[in-house]
Each structure stands twice: as C-alpha cells, then as structure tokens.
Write a protein that binds this ligand. Structure first.
Ligand SMILES: [Fe+2]
Length: 217
C-alpha cells in the first residue's frame, strides 16, 4: 500500500498504470512496449484532467508520479476513526470493469476543515488511485467530520478521469445515519450505485464499499 505522503520521496518507480498493464512475472523485466503503454495511459489521463485553476473540485491534474490501486490517505498517527473504503469502478453500463480509471478524492479533517494555513485548499487528506485490471481500488483514511457550520453531512469528494473521458465529479461518499443527509442526496446516483455507505466495524476499523459506474461521456 502506498502512503501518498511518501510519494514525493519515492521518485519515479513504476506507475500503477504499468502495474495494471503488466503481469509482473518474477525474474522478468517489464518490456519496453508495456512501459510505453503505461506512459501513454498517464499522458491521456493528464490530458483529460481539468486544468482550469478556478475549478473548485478538480485534482486529477496534480496526480503524482506514482499512483496505485491502494493508498493510505491518513496515516495511523492521525487522530480519528480508522476507515477503509474499497470498491470497483465500472463503465457506464455498471457491469464492465473500468481499469486505469484515475480517482481523485479529498475530505475534511476531524474538525470539518479542508486546507489550513499553507496547505492545499482541499487540505492534506487528498489522494489519487488508479484502478487495477478488475477496476478495483481501496484507500485507508480517517472518517471526516461535518463542516463546522453543520449544514452538510460528512462526506468524501471524488472525481473520476479515464483515458477517454474528462475529469468529472461523482456523488460524494456519505455515511448512513448522518442526520444531515438530504432527500436529494438519497436520490442522486451520479457515479451509479448508492453513495451512502452503511459501514461495518471490525475492531477499531470501519469499512465501506463504494462501487462506481462512470458517468456517460
Ligand atoms: Fe466538501
């Protein structure tokens, strides 16, 4: 599992795109054509990332060099309830797996705040995932809090970008039992499936599944 805070120090290793494209046979070097394929995936994803600096919800453009299907967004040193979200991304038919989909996500801290001081406006709890060959992804973080205004339910923002479609937002992950969830949020299905997760608990860790169907291009 890759800790996104370490990504800058790790330098360029092997992108998750290469991971998705290559069967890593022990003792075999990745062939050049497959590496080119991974680079092409990355180039196309960045082309489809929204570059407008005024876009409030975008973040695919900041994709680090190394992106994997799993990531730690908030390390174990962070206070808060541990949360692991996993799921699969499908094409708009909600059936066909969508590998090499870039997910960008961000959420508030324990006080419902995004960026503090010189932090990015989306705060430090932000990350990128690239779905594997079966469209799977998983991230570990802390459960976010409602905004201090208590006007909106606690949520995790997500965008999806593919090699063929522009970055787009989908319904935020919400948590069943949050009294601030609106009727409109209960009905919305941008991203397919139900974004309101009923979490299960194992020890100190909460888990939820957020499957996604890509918006139609
Ligand atoms: Fe938000």
């Amino acid at each position: 599992m890759i800790d996104i805070r370490d990504q800058g120090r790790r330098g360029f290793l092997l992108s998750a795109a290469a991971f998705a494209l290559l069967p890593l046979v022990p003792g075999c070097r990745p062939d050049v054509s497959a590496q080119t394929g991974a680079a092409d995936v990355r180039r196309r994803l960045l082309q489809n990332a929204i570059s407008d600096a005024g876009c409030e919800w975008c973040g695919a453009r900041d994709m680090p060099d190394t992106v994997a299907a799993k990531a730690v967004i908030a390390g174990s040193e962070e206070k808060g309830e541990r949360l692991i979200i996993s799921g699969r991304v499908f094409r708009s038919d909600a059936k066909t797996p969508a590998p090499n989909t870039l997910i960008y996500l961000y959420h508030t801290d324990l006080e419902g705040i995004y960026g503090r001081g010189n932090e990015h406006k989306h705060g430090r709890f932000r990350g990128w995932l690239l779905t594997d060959a079966e469209g799977r992804y998983e991230f570990e973080t802390i459960k976010p809090a409602q905004y201090p205004s208590r006007r909106f339910a606690a949520h995790i923002h997500m965008t999806v970008t593919t090699t063929d479609t522009k970055e787009d937002w989908i319904d935020s992950i919400l948590f069943e039992g949050d009294k601030l969830i609106t009727a409109r949020e209960r009905e919305s299905r941008k991203g397919g499936f139900n974004p309101i997760l009923t979490l299960t608990r194992s020890g100190d860790v909460f888990r939820g599944i957020r499957d996604i169907a890509l918006p139609r291009a």
